[in-house]
Structure formats: structure tokens, C-alpha cells
Design a protein around this ligand. Structure first.
Ligand code: CMP
Length: 140
């Protein structure tokens, strides 16, 4: 089915100047960018975005990392966009990510792992609403 998902290019990948290379992977897989913004998240914004992880031991490190520099946030649209984006990203831990995936090619560690992608259609809708007004989406 035609779906939308959220992708965040994290501070490590923005700092490495590989936003374009990551966008090319989305485009080559048939995913379209229908909204995008670069943003340096506040602590409050990062904590709110990752609220489901609040009780996890890595929460503070995750928030610190996500506010360490600007991120590039985009809504991707395409057939099975949620799963397709997760396939392109590879495993959360880059050491376990399959060859040719974004995390295998651009990520350093489980914290600095280059990209975030929604893990379900339901969370994709929640995460999209967190960063974008409905009027900022450009279906095409
Ligand atoms: P992300 O998809 O952005 O969602 C939560 C993030 O927490 C995850 O990617 C990782 O970058 C980070 N993280 C750090 N340690 C862990 C862990 N042990 N398990 C899952 N995620 C972790």
C-alpha cells in the first residue's frame, strides 16, 4: 500500500555531509520526499520525540546526541514506505547492519547511527505530526 514514513538524518550524518547520498538511496528505492526540514532540536523536542524510550538506559545519551547538531527531517512516501525505509537503513547497530545499507555505510555506533525511521505505520503518523503541520506535506 502507499504509505508515508518519517526519516531523520541524525547529527553524525549531517556533519559528515552525506545528506545528498542518503536522499539518493531513498530516490533510487522509489521513495519520494514529500516534506523536509533541517532543524537543530532543543532538548525538549528531542525528549518529546523519543518519549517512548524515556525509561531506557540509553535515553540520556540518545537525547544528548540528537541535540549535538542539526538534523534533516523528511517525510517519505511510496509503496510500503515504512518497511522499505527500514530495509534501506539496516539494523539499529551498524555493526549488525547488512552490507550496502545506510547504517553499514555511514554510521559509527549504535548511538551515532546516521538515521532514524518510523518502526510502524502508526508511529509514522505520530512522528510526522510531531514535526510537520498537515499543510507542510506535498503529496505528489
Ligand atoms: P532510533 O531508530 O533513532 O531509535 C532510538 C535510538 O536509540 C536508536 O535509533 C539508537 O540510535 C539509540 N540506541 C542506543 N542504544 C540502543 C539500544 N541498546 N537499543 C536500541 N536503540 C539504542
Amino acid at each position: 500500500a502507499l504509505e508515508r514514513t518519517i526519516s531523520i538524518i541524525k547529527p553524525d550524518a549531517v556533519a559528515k555531509n552525506v545528506v545528498g547520498q542518503i536522499y539518493a538511496r531513498f530516490e533510487n528505492a522509489g521513495l519520494k520526499v514529500v516534506a523536509a526540514k533541517m532543524k537543530h532540536l532543543s532538548r525538549r523536542e528531542a525528549e518529546g520525540f523519543y518519549a517512548v524510550h524515556r525509561e531506557r538506559p540509553f535515553f540520556n545519551a540518545l537525547v544528548e546526541f540528537m541535540i549535538s547538531g542539526p538534523v534533516m527531517i523528511q517525510v517519505l512516501e511510496g509503496e510500503n514506505a515504512v518497511a522499505k525505509n527500514r530495509e534501506l537503513m539496516g539494523a539499529t547497530n551498524p555493526k549488525e547492519a547488512a552490507a550496502g545499507t545506510i547504517r553499514a555505510d555511514f554510521a559509527q555506533s549504535i548511538d551515532a547511527n546516521a538515521v532514524h525511521g518510523s518502526d510502524s505505520l502508526e508511529n509514522a503518523a505520530i512522528e510526522t505530526a510531531y514535526f510537520f503541520a498537515a499543510t507542510e506535506l506535498c503529496p505528489r
